[in-house]
Design a binder for this molecule. Sequence first.
Ligand code: 0O2
Length: 218
Amino acid sequence: MRKEINNLTKIENIIDFKKDISKEDEIFKKLMFIYSIAIKELKTKIEILQEESKIFYNYELIDHITTRIKTPESIINKMRKKEYDFTYKEMINNINDIAGIRIICPLKKDIFTIKNLIENLSGVNILKEKDYVTKPKKTGYSSYHLIVEIPINLSKEIIYVKVEIQIRTLAMDFWANLEHKTRYKPEHKVDKNVSKELEKCAKIIDTLDNQMMLLKNF
Ligand code: 0O2
């Protein structure tokens, strides 16, 4: 029998909206549970695309997928940096990457194929896109970002949850991971020369990615 979906809701409707954030309280734990379910659901959908590409087209479209829930410390730091009030309302509405999925692919062109496939997934709404592949950040950072919203079935309601998807090549991932450690979240300011070197490395990575695409028989 077909079930009518009439209990769709937003995550903010099931929590005390104006309450201050505390990583010790029940609300925080419930929220993190909901975000972790969203990651599981979306990861499964992406794994299906990964397998389909291998089995149907004999092509490794996706090298690997990683996931993470943002730590409470990282959420708080970001909210402080962006000067948001420390309420759940502000957190849910403005911190879009509490749940994060990273898709690592072999070639630059794969990024756009994956993005198109995700855009066509049923039940996945695209809220925001950032193309740092065509237009890398000043730092040299390159990746394709999607903020999506997916419905999560709980026992009493269906809740829409936001997830950030980052799509990048193996080479971009190598650069971003090293740069993240050395510069992106420094305890103190990083040397100007280091920044310059990192920018140069990002250009080399881009040249490498472009050359890899020219190789035949991939
Ligand atoms: P972490 O520790 O990786 O989680 P928005 O409000 O969405 O417009 P936001 O979230 O700052 O603003 O958007 P942006 O610029 O798309 O950055 C989101 C995430 O992309 C970051 O999350 C990083 O993961 C990654 N990122 C962005 N810029 C850089 C960069 O220059 N270097 C590296 N290595 N990663 C970058 P967080 O929460 O900042 O950090």
